[in-house]
Ligand binder design. Structure first.
Ligand code: CUA
Length: 121
């Protein structure tokens, strides 16, 4: 019985490794979920590090205003109404750094409300 369990574990693990090696990552359990808080005049975190090929869900919560989230180079954009979670899904395809900005005018510090997504290998 013990041997069986070990074997089952080994098979299960090899499946995981094989899936990872082939870049097969399906289902919501494999998504990288990153929570981001938006407020006048910042995003926290303002540097979002993700992995090439791994699906990402950004979960935005705004504390005070309908800020915007715009990553022109990745063609991602969303309004971020306060009082709810706004999800933005994407799969980074290319290594690099991609600037994002708040693109809804939100006051004096609006121009400083920005950050970057870093896609690593
Ligand atoms: Cu926040 Cu503009």
């Amino acid at each position: 019985m013990k041997t069986f369990r070990v074997a089952a574990l080994a098979i299960g693990l090899s499946g995981v490794f094989l899936g990872t090696a082939l870049g097969i990552e399906q289902g919501t359990g494999k998504e990288q979920v990153i929570q981001v808080t938006a407020r006048r005049f910042s995003f926290t975190p303002n540097e979002i590090v993700v992995k090439k090929g791994r699906p990402v869900v950004l979960e935005f919560t705004s504390l005070d205003f309908v800020h915007g989230f715009n990553v022109p180079e990745l063609k991602l954009r969303a309004d971020l109404p306060p009082g709810q979670v706004t999800r933005v899904r994407f799969t980074p395809e290319r290594v690099g750094e991609y600037a994002f900005v708040c693109d809804n005018f939100c006051g004096e510090g609006h121009e400083e409300m920005h950050g970057r997504i870093v896609v690593k290998e």
